[in-house]
Design a protein around this ligand. Structure first.
Ligand code: FES
Ligand code: FES
Length: 163
């Protein structure tokens, strides 16, 4: 006869800064940052895709670096978190967000917040990227709708490049 055992991990307080606001959450330390963002903080912009750090749907910035939040335990988050919901400033969308809207670069939209975080990090560090540099920067972001070429067009438009 098989017996089952349930292992419970106790909640503990964790403090983190998301889009400039300080939050305290009481969750087990191995809870993913993605779960904390979506379920405890209420920021639904990062999405769950693979859960394995391989698709980019859940990308946020941790200390400015595009980072999968799905496999990052909250207890290891030591720095500022920024999500796509916090990309704009002073009520204005980020240039990448505007370009994606203007060019209707997305299709279903599920991957877009992760794509935005990669694209915005690229333009912050390299304001005039080449097409191949944009493609490389978005390489870790999978899009099941297959709209990568439109994404690249939008990022180039956001950079001010003319076609
Ligand atoms: S859901 Fe995190 S990388 Fe795929
Ligand atoms: S726009 Fe649908 S998955 Fe990327």
């Amino acid at each position: 006869m098989h017996t089952s055992q349930t292992v419970t991990t106790g909640s503990e307080p964790h403090e983190l800064t998301v889009n400039g606001r300080r939050h305290r959450v009481d969750v087990p330390g191995d809870t993913s940052l993605l779960e904390v963002l979506r379920n405890d903080i209420g920021d639904k912009s990062p999405k769950f895709g693979c859960g394995l750090g391989q698709c980019g749907a859940c990308f946020v910035w941790v200390n400015g670096h595009p980072t999968p939040s799905c496999d990052l335990p909250v207890e290891y988050v030591t720095g500022e978190v920024q999500t796509a919901a916090g990309l704009g400033e002073n009520g204005e969308l980020h240039a990448v967000q505007k370009a994606f809207l203007e060019l209707q670069a997305g299709q279903c939209g599920y991957c877009l917040s992760g794509v935005m975080m990669s694209a915005a990090a690229l333009l912050r560090d390299n304001p005039r990227p080449t097409r191949s540099e944009v493609a490389a920067a978005l390489d870790r972001n999978l899009c099941r709708c297959g709209t990568h070429q439109r994404f690249i067009d939008a990022v180039l438009a956001a950079s001010g490049a003319t076609a």
